[in-house]
Design a protein around this ligand. Structure first.
Ligand code: BGC
Length: 742
């Protein structure tokens, strides 16, 4: 449809019809046969509102969506199709690693391919919009949703935001297999106080702009069709009713002109927040802020017409919102093809196809982070291996959002190991060792589920059997981890250790065996002090997805070398949280050289440094990085302004005995500036794959973008002075050179 036709269509709509477009229904309203049911009385919505709601979330499946769309259009006097949205977070039927694990790949280009694959699988099931990417920066491992973020770094997050939006959307939303992307949650949702989900966010304007805003900007710049509001307050005002944030920062500053949707029931929450007295005020504030779609509350549908008639709201505000919604439907080509790519046949051939599984496996392999290895990995061939632990046979390795996928499609460690070693191999044995959680543990949160009932006696029996199996083996692989539903939304944890019952297993097995390699499943950084103290090797595998087991066995057996790097610091203890590498410089910095000085920014009882820093990860080989060479000692501001750059160069050598991949990382520090700068900021990285003894040169161009920041005067620019350039293999590198900016 042409723009003029859309404008004409808008003119034809009655006030009520426009308001219906702004309502999003939860999928629970529909039942099979495309009949509208649901708790109509409680919601206060009329049949007409339900029938003409502009969008729906959480319905998927080509057959279901086709039936609903056909039925819907029978009652739609203007032929405006219904829009279908869903949380496609890390895959659809083929599940790939959670976003935090993708951060560890340090490979946004691969994330783009993964997003393309997810878009394809979801599109043939009729989905048109995904509520992804979540680009919220995170620093607090207690928050369950760190699993949905790519980590603590604004530069890295921005690259992923762009890659994922491009992957889902492609060049043209109307093309086959494209989904509209929704950047969320605007803004600052990743910083809930004390790591408690939905809690207040306290961010200074500077911290907000310096660290949190860049990834949203990157998503918007990449052309994201939608943005979602966050639940939290920003500067004391809940985001969903925050006009300066939405109309000012998002639309004017970041230049977003797509559809803004509230998060689930966020409009209603303006009332308990104490920002609005009632639903009428909530409607008013949300519309004034520029929220186009009300996710699930019905507040717009019930309140807006009266507000317009009373002259409390200008109809122009509504027109603006509805036009944006119609434009999105049009960009997706829905007026011509209301069910877009929905295709029940393609669902069968495309979803979980070999090609998709291979891509998911590659991503999982790239995302694993080897945290410790005292030479026991890769496993030596011909040895007796005991695979012990609750994750040996557990297919629940998809992460919290993957309710469209089935656990049966996931490859477990045992299945993959049997493939590699042979099912009847007498050298290899498998033992549960312990349940994931203590018998009787409560588990709530998304898709709360009943834990398999393991009795106390059975738990004891598993434990003893595991200890005996360990004694009989040459090496033990201990597959431990958080429960899938201990991570994700509404899954904040104050104690981020492994469940007690698994720690007991670890201690008992390590008491009888010195060669224990832990394979660790988690949706967040955990407190691993005890695990690291006892195990000889630790491989972090996150929630790896459908091909998790195959990828793990490929890495354990050395067919593939681990190469992931932490996208988020692993705290030494929860008392350090929030802990992140790119902190602002303090006036009393601590370093080991000033150990004797108590009056430093430090703890008395634990180190300042996290247990494992941002950017850290081992491989099966070692690399040497040469001192940093700069091509100039100084550069003028005028030259930078004219687009010139200086170059930092290192040579990197594989000093080990096997091939491997290293991620060479560039960090900058602005030594003195009009505002305090972070001690280090990631500004570039490059992955290199080298054969034993092979050497290569890695160069980074450093220009205006990398050196500029929002100065005390409020402009983004480079200030003259000294800069330190660090190049190394993690964020603690001290391999540095300096230059001046004149
Ligand atoms: C979450 C969003 C999600 C939405 C729809 C909310 O509870 O915060 O991230 O997209 O539900 O499922």
């Amino acid at each position: 449809m042409k723009q003029e036709q859309l404008l004409e269509l808008l003119q034809e709509l009655s006030l009520e019809e426009k308001i219906h477009q702004m309502l999003q229904l939860p999928g629970a309203y529909y039942e099979e046969g495309a009949k509208l049911t649901g708790p109509m009385q409680e919601s206060g919505l009329t049949e007409e509102m339900l029938q003409q709601a502009g969008s729906v979330l959480s319905i998927y499946g080509a057959k279901e969506i086709t039936a609903i769309q056909e039925e819907y259009l029978k009652h739609q006097p203007h032929g405006i199709p219904l829009l279908f949205m869903l949380d496609v977070i890390n895959g659809y039927r083929t599940v790939y690693p959670i976003p935090l694990a993708q951060g560890a790949m340090f490979d946004p280009a691969l994330s783009k391919e993964l997003a393309q694959m997810a878009a394809k699988e979801a599109a043939v099931s009729g989905v048109q919009v995904t509520f992804s990417p979540m680009v919220d920066l995170v620093r607090d491992a207690r928050w369950g949703r760190v699993m949905e973020s790519t980590g603590e770094d604004p530069y890295l997050n921005s690259l992923y935001a762009r890659a994922m939006v491009e992957g889902y959307q492609g060049e043209d939303l109307a093309e086959p297999y494209r989904l509209a992307a929704c950047v969320k949650h605007f803004a600052g949702y990743g910083a809930p106080t004390a790591g408690r989900d939905y809690n207040t966010v306290e961010l200074s304007e500077r911290t907000f702009r310096e660290y949190y805003l860049p990834a949203y900007q990157a998503g918007v710049d990449a052309g994201a069709a939608m943005v979602m509001t966050s639940f939290n307050t920003v500067n004391g005002i809940p985001a969903t009713g925050n006009r300066p944030l939405m109309r000012g920062v998002l639309r004017e500053e970041l230049g977003f002109d797509g559809v803004l949707i509230s998060d689930w029931a966020a409009m209603q929450e303006l009332i308990p927040h104490g920002y609005c007295a009632d639903r009428r005020e909530a409607a008013l504030r949300s519309l004034e802020a520029g929220v186009d779609i009300d996710m699930t509350t019905g507040i717009y549908s019930q309140q807006l017409a009266e507000l317009v008639r009373e002259g409390k709201v200008e109809e122009a505000l509504l027109d603006e919102a509805v036009l944006r919604i119609l434009e999105l439907k049009n960009k997706l080509g829905l007026f011509e093809h209301p069910t877009k790519d929905a295709d029940a046949e393609a669902e069968k051939t495309l979803q979980l196809c070999d090609e998709h599984r291979a891509l998911a496996r590659k991503a999982a392999e790239e995302s694993f982070v080897l945290l410790k290895n005292e030479g026991i990995l890769p496993l030596e061939p011909g040895k007796k291996v005991a695979f012990i632990g609750p994750y040996v046979e557990n297919p629940e390795i998809h992460g919290a959002w993957s309710f469209m996928a089935s656990a049966e499609d996931a490859v477990t460690i045992k299945q993959a190991a049997q493939n590699w070693f042979g099912a009847e191999n007498p050298l290899i044995s498998y033992h549960p060792g312990a349940p994931v959680l203590e018998p009787g543990s409560p588990l709530s949160g998304l898709g709360s589920q009943v834990l398999p009932q393991v009795t106390q006696e059975e738990t004891e029996r598993w434990l003893s059997e595991a200890v005996e199996a360990a004694k009989a083996a040459d090496v033990v692989v201990l597959a431990l981890g958080e429960h899938r539903l201990q991570t994700g939304e509404a899954a904040s944890r104050a104690d981020i250790t492994l469940p007690e019952v698994q720690m007991r297993l670890l201690e008992r097995v390590c008491d009888v065996h010195s060669k224990v390699a832990v394979v660790l499943f988690s949706g967040r950084p955990l407190d691993l002090r005890r695990v690291v103290a006892r195990a000889e090797a630790v491989l972090e595998v996150w929630m790896p997805g459908t091909e998790g087991g195959s990828a793990i066995v490929n890495v354990l057996t050395g067919q593939v070398s681990p190469q992931g790097k932490l996208p988020m610091s692993f705290p030494y203890a929860v008392g350090q949280v929030p802990v992140h590498y790119n902190e602002y410089a303090t006036g009393r910095p601590y370093s080991p050289e000033v150990e004797a000085d108590r009056f430093r920014s430090r703890y008395l009882d634990i180190p300042n440094a996290p247990l494992f820093p941002f950017g850290f990860g081992l491989g099966y080989t070692t690399f040497a990085v040469s001192p940093v060479m700069l091509d100039v000692e100084s550069i003028s501001l005028a030259a930078l302004e004219a687009g010139e750059t200086l170059t930092a160069r290192v040579s990197v050598t594989n000093t080990g005995r096997v091939a491997g991949t290293e991620t060479v990382q560039l960090y900058l520090r602005d030594v003195a500036a009009s505002v305090v700068r972070p001690v280090k900021e990631l500004k570039g990285f490059e992955k290199v794959t080298l054969q034993p003894g092979e050497c290569t040169t890695v160069s980074f161009a450093i220009g205006k973008d990398a050196l500029s920041f929002e100065t005390a005067g409020g402009q983004r620019r480079v200030e003259p002075g000294r800069f330190v350039v660090f190049v190394g293999t993690d964020s603690t590198t001290e391999n540095a050179a300096a230059f001046d900016c004149r």
